[in-house]
Design a protein around this ligand. Structure first.
Ligand SMILES: N[C@@H](CCC(=O)N[C@@H](CS)C(=O)NCC(=O)O)C(=O)O
Length: 211
């Protein structure tokens, strides 16, 4: 059996798919039709993801893995060229950036796009969304400050799985021009990831290759 990635167009499956392709890891893909609420179906909740979210990754032995950040780290282990060597300072920072994406940036987007999940009072949601957007600015600035002046990626000229993950998260920014103006090095990193043939394929599957 190969890996099976459960995906949908606007979900966090984009980075894992790019890494499966880039790493030459045998895989299949299963589209989850969120418009038809397939991710909340009894079968999906029982057999794939108990919280009904996307992505999910079925490993070759049939075990289902949750959490996009963990998938990124796992795939970088299967394709070692996608991460700095274990035990080095660069590896420590690689782990930091993937976890930063998963634990700091991703939840900020959920505050913007799924405000009703975190703010029960409808009248408070606009304010909460504005506060989340400001938090997002501050959180991207940390990545901006870490990127070097000339070379596109976190670790110079060699792309890592952390760049791919952060590039996916940059795509989700609700005001792309605001991010590019405040964080030009983040925008340059995303553009470099976008030029990878593996990302072009992943974008095409997700229907995001126009623009
Ligand atoms: N921490 C999870 C978050 C997954 C997540 O919230 N995915 C969103 C799409 S990006 C989703 O499926 N939302 C649908 C819902 O919550 O019902 C991960 O990183 O995999």
């Amino acid at each position: 059996m190969s890996h099976i990635l459960y995906w949908s167009p606007k979900a966090g499956s984009l980075a894992p798919l790019c890494l499966l392709i880039e790493g030459g890891i045998p895989h299949e893909t299963v589209r989850v039709n969120t418009a038809a609420r397939e991710h909340k179906s009894t079968a999906y909740l029982r057999d794939v993801h108990p919280l009904g979210t996307i992505p999910a990754l079925r490993l070759p032995d049939g075990t289902v893995m949750l959490e996009s950040g963990a998938m990124v780290l796992h795939l970088a282990e299967l394709a070692p060229s996608l991460a700095p060597a274990a035990g080095t300072t660069e590896r420590a920072l690689f782990l930091q950036w993937v976890t930063y994406g998963a634990g700091t940036l991703y939840p900020t987007y959920l505050r913007i796009y799924h405000t009703d999940d975190v703010v029960p009072l409808e009248a408070a949601r606009d304010g909460a969304r504005a506060a989340a957007l400001e938090a997002l600015d501050r959180r991207w600035q940390v990545v901006e400050d870490a990127l070097g002046p000339e070379r596109p990626y976190l670790f110079g000229d060699d792309v890592s799985a952390a760049d791919v993950y952060l590039a996916m998260l940059a795509l989700w920014h609700p005001e792309a021009e605001r991010l590019t103006a405040a964080c030009p090095k983040v925008a340059r990193m995303k553009d470099a990831v976008w030029r990878m043939p593996s990302m072009r394929q992943a974008l095409a599957l997700h229907g995001l290759d126009r623009g």
